[in-house]
Design a protein around this ligand. Structure first.
Ligand code: NVA
Length: 307
């Protein structure tokens, strides 16, 4: 059976740890693992802006001995010139795996149904699971463990990163608190699924509308842009609603004294995160950005081995 990575819970809690262990091994010896020798090609398809995802997958696939083939989703005109079902079968005949950034999760699911090779989610409106692998690798590096670690996600809890944090955090046995205004909580079905997973892993997921409440006692403070891709026309309203959730030095003071601060980037300094926080000693955002490469190499290798 072909394995895919479309959302965070496509990996069981035990599989998640296997992938993170492999990511650590690949980080320690970046040129020792060559499952794409050939070179085998991996298709990287982008319908939306990208920087970290394109460069980290491209560099990582090269390190694995493979060839990254970037496909401009605009040029391919997927969904208008030809349907996802057809594109999937074209890509699956050329590439060992397909990595796709697009708006709708259901399109990604269709790609996975038809491609015949592993499909990886490089961000949709609903989930950003590759980022979460890098984030969990980063937390483990800085905190030495995942289970029992307290995470506060403050800001737009309804965005892809909010959904992915509750799912992946629960899988890792972490205690995740989302501090978000009413109407901006993670998806209800995703929350229910995360709470189910947490029952087995010893983790937990809580919601609050108070940023300070969310951050109290946190070991890890996470935020993301208040205006995700595709939400640009809501930016006026969002910039009025979200300022109480900004990650400033004052908010950080409510977390544990050794709390780390995370952001998947791009960051809007002075909006969701203060300049002195992102540039300060508690920020691990550059480690997160680097770990995209190691974590994605690991999950790609893991999926190919099991498919
Ligand atoms: N929530 C953000 C993540 C960017 C990597 C967005 O979707 O734009």
């Amino acid at each position: 059976m072909t394995r895919h990575f479309l959302r965070d819970d496509d990996l069981s809690p035990a599989e998640l740890i296997e992938v993170l262990d492999l990511a650590d091994a690949m980080k320690a010896e970046p040129f020792e693992h060559k499952p794409l020798t050939g070179p085998r090609t991996v298709a990287l398809v982008f319908d939306r802006p990208t920087l970290r995802t394109q460069v980290s997958f491209s560099a990582g696939i090269a390190e694995l001995g493979g060839h990254p083939m970037t496909v401009d989703g605009g040029l391919a005109a997927m969904g208008s010139r030809e349907g996802v079902e057809d594109v999937a079968r074209i890509l699956g005949r050329q590439a060992a795996a397909v990595v796709w950034r697009t708006a709708h999760q259901h399109d990604l699911t269709t790609m996975a149904e038809y491609a015949g090779v592993p499909v990886l989610n490089a961000l949709t409106d609903e989930f950003h699971p590759c980022q979460l692998l890098a984030d969990l690798q980063t937390v483990r590096e800085h905190k030495g463990r995942l289970a029992g670690v307290r995470v506060a996600f403050v800001g737009d809890g309804a965005c892809n990163m909010g959904n992915s944090w509750v799912l992946a955090g629960a899988s890792a046995g972490m205690h995740v608190v989302v501090g978000a205004p009413d109407g901006f909580s993670p998806d209800v079905d995703v929350l229910a699924r995360a709470r189910d997973i947490a029952q087995d892993t010893g983790g937990s997921v809580e919601l609050t509308a108070e940023a300070v409440e969310a951050v109290k006692g946190a070991d890890v403070l996470v935020t993301d842009s208040w205006v995700s891709m595709g939400r640009e026309e809501e930016s006026g309203e969002r910039l009025r609603i979200f300022p109480p959730y900004a990650v400033t030095g004052d908010l950080l003071a409510h977390a544990e004294p050794d709390a780390i601060v995370m952001h998947c980037l791009p960051a809007y300094r002075g909006k969701e995160i203060a300049e002195d926080v992102i540039e300060g000693p508690r920020s691990v955002v550059w480690d997160e950005a680097e770990n995209r490469r190691h974590a994605q190499k690991a999950v790609l290798t893991w999926l190919l081995e099991r498919s």
